[in-house]
Ligand binder design. Structure first.
Ligand SMILES: [Zn+2]
Length: 169
């Protein structure tokens, strides 16, 4: 159907085609997905596994361009999955009592720094514990850097710079 071999041109062509036949194409895709539900899901999963980095970079880019929409979607996701999310965090807290204890102690004794020690942002600052058994050693980071840290926690780090720790108390 598509006349181009070059992936860039093919993508361009496809984009144009979709723009011109948006509704039709949308209907067709929807129908196809409904008829081949399991197959499509498996393909999606495979694709996601193979292109994880690329996809997350693209999502990040899109989120940066659409902050309002991102907020809306996050809110909707939270409302739709509220029960599960609350349960998950409750379970986590039960299984890791040291976390809450460290957060409480640090919140009481260690003031936040003026800015995120990783990106320099001054908004949404939080305390990050590199080690929960040392409740008074915290790093001031913004919430998005904190999320990144938590996400990469179990992965091996090689080139990552170590943040400077602020210790008080
Ligand atoms: Zn940051």
């Amino acid at each position: 159907m598509c006349p181009f071999k070059d992936p860039e041109r093919r993508r361009e062509w496809r984009r144009k085609y979709y723009q011109q036949h948006q509704e039709e194409a949308c209907e067709y895709t929807k129908r196809y997905r409904q008829q081949h539900l399991e197959e499509v899901r498996e393909k999606d999963r495979q694709f996601g596994k193979q292109h994880r980095k690329e996809i997350s970079a693209r999502v990040k880019h899109w989120k940066a361009l659409n902050p309002e929409r991102t907020k809306e979607l996050a809110k909707r996701y939270y409302m739709q999955h509220r029960e599960q999310l609350l349960l998950k965090s409750r379970l986590y807290r039960q299984q890791h009592p040291e976390v809450k204890k460290a957060q409480k102690l640090a919140g009481f004794h260690v003031p936040l720094g003026p800015e995120c020690e990783l990106c320099g942002s001054t908004k949404n600052l939080e305390r990050h514990h590199p080690d929960y058994s040392e409740p008074l050693i915290v790093v001031t980071v913004c919430s998005s850097c904190n999320k990144e840290i938590e996400k990469n926690k179990d992965k091996p780090t090689e080139t990552e710079e170590k943040p400077s720790f602020s210790i008080l108390g």
